[in-house]
Design a protein around this ligand. Sequence first.
Ligand code: USQ
Length: 405
Amino acid sequence: MRIAILGGDGFVGWPTCLHLSAKGHDVHIIDNLSRRWIDTELGVQSLTPMDSIQERCRIWKDVSGESLHFHLLDLAKDYERLKQWLAEYRPDAIVHFAEQRAAPYSMKSDRHKTYTVDNNVSATHNLLTALVETGIDAHLVHLGTMGVYGYSSVGAPIPEGYLDVEIDTPAGKKEQEILYPTRPGSVYHMTKSLDQILFQFYAQNDGVRITDLHQGIVWGTHTEQTRRHEQLINRFDYDGDYGTVLNRFLIQAAIDYPLTVHGTGGQTRAFIHIQDSVRCIELALQDAPEAGDRVSIFNQMTETHRVRDLAEMVAGQTGARVAYLPNPRKEAAENDLIVKNDKFLALGLEPTTLAEGLLSEVVDVAKKYAHRIDRSRVPAVSGWTKALGQRVERDPEGKSLKSVS
Ligand code: USQ
């Protein structure tokens, strides 16, 4: 297949490009390199040294013999060029990662909120309307998030996108299938909830074939292909805005920084290893809906864990200390979470679990590149409200953390 990977320079996008190219697909990367620009804005860098996208593609060609084609294009801002690109290249499938993906970044200030909404919603809508306008019947696979559901399972498992409800009407009880109600917990998660409505409309009105993947928190760094050459290494975010919880705990353990648990650590979240993430995208591409079908929704996760249990597990394995900090986010202090992931299991996904020795691989990568870490950028300081942000004092040396450990 000819596959366009929008956002193919990012944390899940890049290993997906390599994975699909290794499977023999003709992969085209479309990216505006915004993630690299945001690193510059924030004054942080990936823990791992990342080459330019062009250099990464050159190395992949040397290593595998396969070509990756890079196209610099901003989906949100350059609608006409997007349309021209689609008309010229006519992809069979499109994987859409091209959105600002960090909840703390989206909550930093009003500017970051508006950027996240403008960028994410415009990118998705531009893509949908360009597909309709060019008449290209490509299967669109979108990276959504478990966060659209909120994180409460109300005692019942979260289904894969849809919920059957019974409504009382004057003519008696009627059954209806609805999108599972959204309850986003950040402006970023809200944009993915808005995406769902856009997808529902374009599938129903124009027969666009869409799969929406509600992904959990990705952990790990290497995939089979990124291990093949030092310059194919994936990016790795450790900072308080872009680093995600388990990877952060692992790098914190590697540099002897107290593990930064927010609040009581009673938050339960869904997780998936990066190798499974790229495999799921491959499986989803093979399971395209027909024109006229409703949006196909998968829960892309393999296990759930409570944040404090993860911290204690990492501490147990590495000897790290755990710090219970004021939570900069507005979120439930404690929650249970049960999630269905039957669809990927039925397609053949064999989950990689935390128990499989891959935690130490991340710690080893972090130790190797520890000299690139700016400790002052480890604390998460973006508050969901101004008052919450002020509770979390910026501490470049991490000294205040010692008093709460
Ligand atoms: N947390 C800590 N300590 C930290 C960092 C986070 O206790 O140092 C807590 C947070 O307060 C939160 C939980 O860990 O309760 C998860 O935070 P996170 O930063 O790992 O994940 P999140 O902000 O939800 O976002 C990440 C990705 C996003 C994706 C989402 C999937 O950045 O792109 O959509 O995970 S999910 O969480 O399932 O919605």
